[in-house]
Design a protein around this ligand. Structure first.
Ligand code: GGG
Length: 351
C-alpha cells in the first residue's frame, strides 16, 4: 500500500518541522509495510511576495488527487496575517469541506504544566472545532474608510449541516471516551447563531442518552481550562472559540510545540489536512530549535486517518516515551537546549 501525501511546509519554522517529521513517517511506514510518497508544494508567503498569491489558482485541483495533506505553518512578519491565512490555510479547509477539526491537548508524562499541581496524565482534552464557517465565514465588509461613520461588518454563519456534523462527531468521541461533553458557546450574548448551536446540541444529545452534556460560555470555559483542566474531556465549539481554546489547551499542557491537529472532511470526498497548532514562529526561524513533536503527532493523526492505526500508535507512543525520558533531548520550549534535528533523530532511534 502506498499513500500519496501533499506536503506544504509553508512559512517560518514550517519547513524545519515538516522536514524533521517526514523521515519518521517514512520509518514507521516501512516498519508497518506501507509507503509514503510525497509531493512538496512550496506555497506560502515567499510565493505571495514574488507572485502575489500564496498558492496557484488551481491549487485545490492540484491537491485534490492526494490522499492527505501535511502542512507546516503559515504567517510572515511582512504580510498581514489575514492575507496569509485567507490565501492558503482557510481556502484548503473550506474548499475541501474539512469541517471537523480535532485537536488533542494532552499533558504527557515528563512534561511540566505551568499550572500548579498538574503532572503527566492529569490533562487529556479533545477539542472538536467547527472548521469551515462560524466566525471564519469571511462575510462582511468595510464602508466609509477613514470617515467618522466608518463601519466594518463581519458575519458569523452556522449551518445545520456543519453544526450537526461537528456536534455529532463530538458526541461519538464522548461515547468512546468518558461520556462527558462540554459544549462551549456565547449564547447569552449571541442570541441567533449560538442559541441555534445550543439547540442542535440538544437535538443531537437525544441520540446519545449516555453522554452527559455540560454547557459553558466561552469566557467561563477559558477560565476553567486554566483553573480545572482535568474536568474537561471532549469539548465542542465554533471555529473562533476552538482556535482560542486550543491555544489555551496547548499552553496548559506544556507547549504549543506539542499540539497537533487534524482537519477532516467527514465525507472523505477530498483529502484531509494535518498540521501543528502552532504558527510560523519567525522569532526562532533558522535557529534549528523548533519543536518538531507537534508535527510528528499530526503525522500520527494523518496515518491513523489513512487507516494505519498500528503505525500511528507506534509514532504517538515513541513521542510519549521520549517525553517521559528525563535523559532525552528537548527543545527550548520544553526547557531543554537541544535542536530540532537531535529530537527527531532520538525519536528515530526509539522507532
Ligand atoms: N500550523 C498552521 C498555522 O500556521 N496556523 C496559524 C494560525 O494562525 N492558524 C489559525 C487557525 O488555525 O485558525
Amino acid at each position: 500500500m502506498s499513500y500519496d501525501i501533499a506536503l506544504i511546509p509553508g512559512d517560518g519554522i514550517g519547513p524545519t518541522v515538516v522536514d524533521a517529521a517526514l523521515p519518521l513517517l517514512d520509518d514507521v511506514a516501512t516498519e508497518h509495510g506501507f509507503d509514503i510518497e510525497t509531493t512538496r508544494y512550496d506555497w506560502g508567503t515567499e510565493r505571495y511576495l514574488d507572485a502575489g498569491a500564496m498558492m496557484p489558482d488551481d491549487g485545490l485541483e492540484t491537491l485534490e488527487s492526494h490522499d492527505a495533506i501535511l502542512l507546516g505553518a503559515v504567517g510572515h512578519p511582512e504580510v498581514p496575517d489575514h492575507v496569509t491565512l485567507n490565501g492558503l490555510l482557510l481556502p484548503i479547509r473550506k474548499g475541501f469541506d474539512q469541517s471537523i477539526c480535532k485537536r488533542p491537548a494532552v499533558l504527557f508524562d515528563g512534561v511540566d504544566s505551568p499550572l500548579k499541581g498538574y503532572s503527566g496524565g492529569d490533562i487529556d482534552i479533545l477539542v472538536f472545532r467547527e472548521n469551515t464557517e462560524g466566525e471564519y465565514a469571511d462575510i462582511g465588509g468595510r464602508e466609509h474608510a477613514g470617515f467618522e461613520n466608518e463601519v466594518a461588518v463581519q458575519s458569523a454563519v452556522y449551518t445545520r449541516r456543519s453544526t450537526e456534523r461537528i456536534v455529532r462527531a463530538a458526541f461519538e468521541a464522548a461515547t468512546e471516551r468518558s461520556g462527558h461533553l462540554t459544549n462551549v458557546t456565547k449564547s447569552n450574548a449571541q442570541a441567533h447563531g449560538m442559541v441555534f448551536w445550543d439547540d442542535i446540541v440538544d437535538e443531537v444529545s437525544e441520540e446519545y442518552p449516555d453522554v452527559e452534556v455540560e454547557r459553558l460560555l466561552v469566557d467561563a470555559a477559558s477560565m476553567d481550562m486554566v483553573r480545572r483542566p482535568d474536568d474537561f474531556d471532549v469539548v465542542v465549539c465554533s471555529n473562533l472559540f476552538g482556535d482560542i481554546l486550543t491555544d489555551i489547551g496547548a499552553i496548559v499542557t506544556g507547549s504549543m510545540g506539542l499540539a497537533p491537529s487534524a482537519n477532516i472532511d467527514p465525507g472523505r470526498d477530498h483529502p484531509s489536512m494535518f498540521e501543528p497548532v502552532h504558527g510560523s514562529a519567525f522569532d526562532i526561524m533558522g535557529e534549528g530549535v523548533a519543536n518538531p513533536l507537534a508535527t510528528v503527532l499530526s503525522g500520527s493523526l494523518m496515518i491513523d486517518h489513512l487507516g494505519e492505526d498500528a503505525a500511528a500508535a507506534d509514532l504517538w507512543d515513541a513521542v510519549t516515551e521520549q517525553l517521559a525520558d528525563d535523559d532525552a533531548p528537548r527543545t527550548p520550549d520544553l526547557g531543554g537546549d537541544s535542536t530540532t534535528k537531535t529530537v527527531a533523530s532520538d525519536l528515530a532511534d526509539r522507532l
